[in-house]
Design a binder for this molecule. Structure first.
Ligand code: SF4
Length: 409
């Protein structure tokens, strides 16, 4: 049964009061995909960020923690380190603040005195930080290969092609483009230019409510699941109100009538991490752990979200687990680093990963301690590595869409 809202900040799910269960964190089985050693020089031409100018410390260097500590101390208030919840513990320990992508962008903007914003996250997050910080501040991503597969599924040229199709049909006047925070600055800029709005997994419903006051259709980028789950489960739309625009098919794979009749035009993008959870994962854990609470992120597939007990953003998931009764059991469908951290932080609750197989975000995991040490020591040496910049025109329009989000009622 689906019970929870999509995580307004203060929402708390009703928590169960099962008998006390001692936490026993069981590491999910590894898979070949999850354990691929990315960025180890197997294909340097295609793996951006593999070759750091200078020396990337060896992962086996026993002094990495001491080196990172010393470099960060040498930089003092000149550097502000942001750590996304999905980052490795070895990196998170050096973060001045942790959070989801939106919270981190806000935190970056709240530190105008920090000369360097070192972003331990992925590329689109560093872009957002650059858009929201002052021109003098420099945003650094320790490994340029830390991208996001979902953000990469919506490329500006493809989105403009779709928009041209809508223009040919004469429906752009009815459409409000909405993009999830997990998108490139180019896509946010497109949305700002076309009077749309950015949303997060916490405020997607408010963004859609606002959008349907401006027009009769929404063009939702790039996460089909967040768009569908919000429209159907939060706003009472039918699945038939939603159509899927596939940029790899002529005309998006949709007929003129389908586009004219649709209320939600969903871009065919998804998160490769959250997309791995299946209905079978939910059934299996319910059989294995009687009374378990299934808690998932709205980037999961529609059928998984429907089968879950609670659904919400990363911040919601953290608050729900923090507030859970001792002894309660939770199967959590989100990135593994976060689930493991929550399980270890709450030994009085049984917190487990929803799937039996490892499900790290491989691009998030590219930011490791060697890259962090390298970036910090480069800054100490007076060099600025891997700076992320957004061109002024794109930044201006992306900022319009971000500001519209901040102004949502
Ligand atoms: S978890 Fe998914 S949405 Fe988040 S950075 Fe990784 S691929 Fe992108």
């Amino acid at each position: 049964m689906w019970q929870a809202t999509f995580s307004e900040a203060d929402d708390r799910p009703a928590l169960c009061d099962d008998d006390f269960v001692t936490s026993t964190w069981i590491e999910p089985a590894s898979t070949a995909t999850a354990l691929l050693l990315l960025g180890r020089g197997t294909d340097p031409a295609s793996e951006r960020g593999v070759d750091c100018p200078g020396d990337l410390p060896a992962p086996s260097d026993p002094d990495l923690v001491a080196r990172a500590t010393a470099a960060k101390a040498a930089l003092g208030d000149r550097v502000f380190v942001l750590g996304h919840h999905y980052q490795r513990d070895e990196v998170i320990q050096f973060a001045d603040v942790t959070g989801d992508s939106f919270k981190l962008a806000q935190q970056a903007a709240a530190r105008p005195d920090a000369e360097f914003i070192l972003f331990c996250g992925v590329h689109f997050m560093a872009e957002s930080a650059d858009i929201l910080t002052t021109p003098d501040q420099k945003v650094i991503l320790p490994d340029l290969a830390a991208g996001c597969s979902m953000a990469d599924m919506a490329v500006l040229g493809q989105v403009e092609t779709a928009w041209e199709r809508f223009e040919d049909l004469g429906i752009t006047g009815e459409i409000v483009p909405v993009t999830y925070m997990n998108s490139s600055a180019d896509i946010k800029g497109f949305v700002g230019r076309n009077k749309g709005v950015v949303c997060t997994s916490s405020n997607a419903k408010r963004a859609l409510d606002w959008s349907f006051e401006q027009g009769s259709k929404v063009f939702f980028l790039p996460d089909q699941h967040l768009g569908r789950n919000t429209a159907v489960l939060e706003m009472g739309f039918d699945l038939d109100d939603c159509v899927l625009y596939d940029p790899h098919k002529p005309g998006g794979g949709l007929t003129d009538d389908q586009l004219r009749n649709a209320r939600m035009i969903l871009w065919r993008g998804h998160c490769s991490v959250h997309g791995r959870f299946t209905l079978e994962s939910v059934r299996e854990v319910r059989e294995r752990v009687p009374g378990v609470n299934v808690l998932v992120h709205p980037e999961c597939r529609h059928e998984v979200v429907r089968a879950a007990d609670y659904v919400g953003s990363t911040e919601y998931i953290i608050k729900a687990l923090d507030a859970a009764e001792p002894g309660s059991s939770w199967a959590v469908g989100t990135e593994l680093n976060l689930v493991r951290r929550m399980a270890l932080a709450h030994p009085d609750k049984q917190i487990m990963f929803l799937d039996r197989a490892v499900c790290y975000c491989s691009t998030m995991n590219r930011i490791d301690l060697p890259h962090l040490v390298w970036a910090l020591e480069e800054l100490v040496a007076g060099r600025v590595p891997n700076q992320i910049t957004v061109d002024p025109d794109t930044a201006h329009h992306a900022r319009v869409a971000l500001d519209q989000m901040l102004a949502l009622p």
